[in-house]
Structure formats: C-alpha cells, structure tokens
Design a protein around this ligand. Structure first.
Ligand code: ADP
Ligand code: ADP
Length: 229
C-alpha cells in the first residue's frame, strides 16, 4: 500500500498566481521518486498538498486510489512521514524528541528507531542516555545529528509514505553522504518522495521528475537525465 497519484493537480497560494500548473505523477507503492528543480519551482508545495496542509485548486491526489480530500486528516497524516530540511527540536530530552507524536511508544521501540537512524550509539554514550536534554540548556546537536533524530522519529511512526524535503541539503557533503545511506535504508518498503536540488543526491531513485515553474519539464532515470544534459 501507499501508491500515490497526482492527477492534473493545480494550486496557487493566491488564486491569481498559479504555482502548480497541472501535475500528473504516478508513484507505485514502494517506489522512490525524486523531485528536483530550481528553487521556487513548487517542489515543497507538491509535498504540502499531499500532506493536505493546503487543498488543491484543481485536479486530485489519490493514495491507493482514494482521493485524499475524502480521507480523514488524522489517517492521512498517520500514513505520511516528513523529514524536513531543518529539524527543529524541542528543549526536551532526546527520547521525547524521538517519541514526539507517538506518546505511547515503549523505550524499546524508541531504541530500535534510534538504531535504525544510526544515532543509538551516540545517545547511549551519554551519561543520561535518552534522558539527555537537548537545546539551549542541554546538549547541542549538530545538523546531522538533528536529522538522525528526525529519521528516528519517522521510523517510530513507520509510515507507508515518506517525504524527504531537502533532508540533507543543509549538511556538509561528508555528513550528507553518511546520512544518505541511512535514508536509503529507511526508504525501503515505503513510497518515497525525495525533494532535492541536485541530481547527484538522488542516484538511487527509481525515477526523477524535474519540476520547473510549476510543470514537469522532464522525467526519467538518473542515467537518462544525465544523457539528455
Ligand atoms: P521549491 O520547493 O521548488 O523551492 P516552493 O514550493 O517552496 O518551491 O515554492 C513555490 C512558489 O510558491 C514560490 O514562488 C514561493 O515563493 C511560493 N510560496 C511558497 N510557500 C508559500 C506560501 N506559504 N505563501 C505564498 N507563497 C508561497
Ligand atoms: P503524527 O502525530 O501522526 O506524527 P503530525 O501531524 O504531528 O502527525 O506530523 C506528521 C509528520 O509531519 C511528522 O513526521 C512531523 O514531523 C511532520 N510535520 C508536521 N508538521 C510539519 C511542518 N509544519 N513542516 C514539516 N513537517 C511537519
């Protein structure tokens, strides 16, 4: 489950200024599709529509054949995990930050999620472990560590659909490469939409869609797009 389909999707924050101008996109369950393109093309907007932060102004979005406009907001959002570009953590413990939104999670499940995000060893190396406070008066996490906390949070949620919105683009290239391997692992078995600004970070995608000024300019495999350049 988790097939995603955009059918002639149109949207503008301001009705006078269209941002997405008829997007058709079919993502089979379990596939990874990368959306690349210049800043302002509408990549994040596409993701926000899937999560129903906004409603489409035309066309429709289907998950497993069902129009998301007909799906309860809570069950829609339970089906989708988002790893944003800049994860903002609460001035709380690391455990709290991983379990946020999953308040009933067991310590064991939190530990498993941290392991999957490759941040368990780091957390367990601290005297207070998962009780370590982060933020202003606690531990300062690097950008890469914060993204691993976001990945752990998503693993705990275990959604069939994943949106990675420039999840590694704020990191230095070495940290980006390290986290890339973890991301490829969590994508397995989920329908993944990877928003990126560079082709080089989405080599593993089943298909790459180039968005430009609210339209799909071209699409194909990584090799096909490189050949056309
Ligand atoms: P991308 O992710 O490709 O950089 P976005 O989807 O963030 O593009 O933005 C597409 C266009 O929509 C841009 O012109 C941007 O300024 C505009 N936009 C984005 N978010 C909002 C918003 N909340 N309100 C109004 N305009 C917005
Ligand atoms: P749940 O309780 O099912 O986790 P939420 O609505 O709290 O539902 O969040 C769902 C997912 O969306 C989480 O992965 C969360 O990190 C992410 N998310 C929520 N709000 C935003 C936002 N404004 N920008 C980016 N990601 C968000």
């Amino acid at each position: 489950s988790g097939a995603v389909r955009f059918e002639n999707v149109r949207f503008g924050y301001d009705p006078e200024r269209p941002i997405l101008k008829g997007i058709d996109l079919d993502i089979p369950a379990g596939a990874t599709v990368a959306v690349v393109g210049p800043s302002g093309a509408g990549k994040s907007t596409l993701a926000r529509l899937l999560f129903r932060f906004y409603d489409v102004s035309g066309g429709r979005i289907l998950i497993d054949g069902q129009d998301i406009a007909q799906v309860q907001q809570a069950s829609l959002r339970a089906a989708i995990g988002i790893v944003p570009q800049d994860t903002v953590l609460f001035n709380e413990t690391i455990g709290y930050n991983i379990a946020y939104g999953r308040e009933g999670a067991t310590a064991e499940a939190i530990g498993e999620a941290a392991k999957g995000a490759a941040i368990a060893d780091f957390i367990e190396s601290m005297p207070d472990g998962y009780e370590t406070r982060v933020g202003e008066r606690g531990l300062k996490l690097s950008g890469g560590e914060k993204q691993r906390v976001a990945i752990a949070r998503t693993l705990l949620k275990d959604p069939p659909i994943l949106i990675l919105d420039e999840a590694t683009s704020a990191l230095d290239s070495r940290t980006e490469a390290e986290i890339q391997a973890t991301i490829e692992r969590i994508e397995r078995g989920r329908t993944s939409i990877v928003i990126a600004h560079r082709l080089s970070t989405v080599v593993n995608a089943d298909r790459i869609v180039v968005l430009d000024a609210g339209r799909i300019a071209e699409q194909g495999s990584h090799a096909e797009l490189l050949r056309r350049d």
